[in-house]
Design a protein around this ligand. Structure first.
Ligand code: ADP
Ligand code: MG
Length: 339
């Protein structure tokens, strides 16, 4: 079983079956007793709608394990959803953001073991994304991956199956949502929840000029009258609102390219930058990155699932190699930088 433990979504891949679970990384728990009420899609519906004693939270928010116990509960829930009782203790590969510290890696590992895994391997997110997008990462060719998730963005240059240069910025799709919420409050005096902000972003959000520009009716609570109000929001306004988090992501991309050794940079200039993660699905993102870096840019066929698919393929590869003998296992770890 392979798990893409994302800040926004957790995906579970099972060999021979593909992606069997894809749910938001949300846990609703009772603040007094600590008991978990709901996990995943059910818990997400509770965000912003819970009574004072229940909190619906995203335990991974910025790509790190902010709350160990809650993360463990969440993993346990997702594993239980797919595990057959006879193979109650599966071997697992978990995808971790490349910016995580050793302590955080250990926390992911321990949460997985505590949740019932027999053995846990970690794979770095950019490597998994590249494998999932069908890129031959083991070649001595520079490949660049940009993965924008909910709470983090990861940029990495890969060659010979390992990460040569990487950056991780604690900004992603959520920061775009927050920027939209902030804009609505300050300019339109309208209060909206995080899910409404996300719907606006997905509905009419963009990072380059659109033809035609569009509008959307947005409902919220007027801050001065306190009454439910609807306004007409223009796509140009949304673009201006998300400009700041988007420019932070662009800066991290430029920094990564600046640190890239020249030979690898020329490979990237020829083959292009791979975009993965839901955050890169905002309109015009590929065009913007290409314009800002002068490099060709292409999107993974399925930006939201390629990390899980890549992790799953890595696990199948690992199973194949371990059944072929112990000596090969170490080589794979070196190949795909698994901890
Ligand atoms: P993570 O790996 O951190 O869990 P994902 O790769 O699942 O993150 O991406 C989740 C983010 O992608 C969310 O912020 C979500 O709003 C955003 N997203 C998903 N679809 C779109 C879309 N069509 N346009 C813009 N953003 C999107
Ligand atoms: Mg991700």
């Amino acid at each position: 079983m392979a798990i893409d433990l994302g800040t926004a979504n957790t995906l579970v891949y099972v060999g021979g079956r593909g992606i069997v679970v894809s749910e938001p990384s949300v846990v609703a728990s009772d603040l007094d007793t600590g008991l978990v009420h709901a996990v995943g899609a059910e818990a997400e519906r509770m965000i912003g709608r819970t009574p004072a004693t229940i909190a619906a939270t995203r335990p991974l928010r910025h790509g790190v394990i902010a709350d160990f116990d809650v993360t463990e509960e969440m993993l346990r829930y997702f594993m239980r959803k797919v595990i057959d009782r006879r193979i109650a203790h599966p071997r697992m590969i978990v995808c971790a953001p490349s910016g995580v510290t050793e302590v955080e890696k250990r926390a992911v590992e321990e949460a997985s073991l505590a949740a019932g895994a027999r053995r846990v391997h970690l794979i770095e997110e950019p490597i998994a994304a590249a494998i999932g997008a069908g890129i031959a990462i083991e070649e001595p060719i520079g490949r660049m991956v940009v993965d924008v998730g909910g709470g983090t963005s990861e940029m990495a240059v890969i060659s010979l199956g390992g990460i040569v240069v990487s950056r991780s910025a604690r900004v992603g799709g959520y920061e775009m949502d927050e920027a939209i919420t902030h804009y609505l409050r300050t300019v339109h005096h309208l209060a909206v929840g995080s899910q409404t902000a996300e719907r606006i972003k997905i509905g009419i959000g963009s990072v380059t000029r659109q033809d035609p520009e569009v509008t959307m009716e947005v409902r919220g609570r007027h801050l001065l009258t306190g009454l439910p109000t609807a306004i007409e929001l223009h796509s140009e306004e949304v673009r201006a609102a998300v400009a700041s988090p988007v420019s932070e992501i662009l800066q991290a991309i430029r920094d990564t390219l600046e640190e890239t050794p020249p030979e690898l940079a020329s490979d990237i200039a020829r083959d292009g930058i791979l975009l993965a993660g839901g955050g890169t699905m905002i309109r015009g993102f590929a065009e913007l990155v290409s314009g800002e870096t002068g490099m060709p840019v292409f999107s993974a066929e399925s930006p939201l699932t390629c990390v899980a698919t890549g992790s799953g393929r890595a696990l199948e590869h690992l199973d194949m190699l371990t059944s072929a003998g112990r000596g090969r296992r170490t080589r794979l770890a070196a190949d795909w930088r698994m901890a």
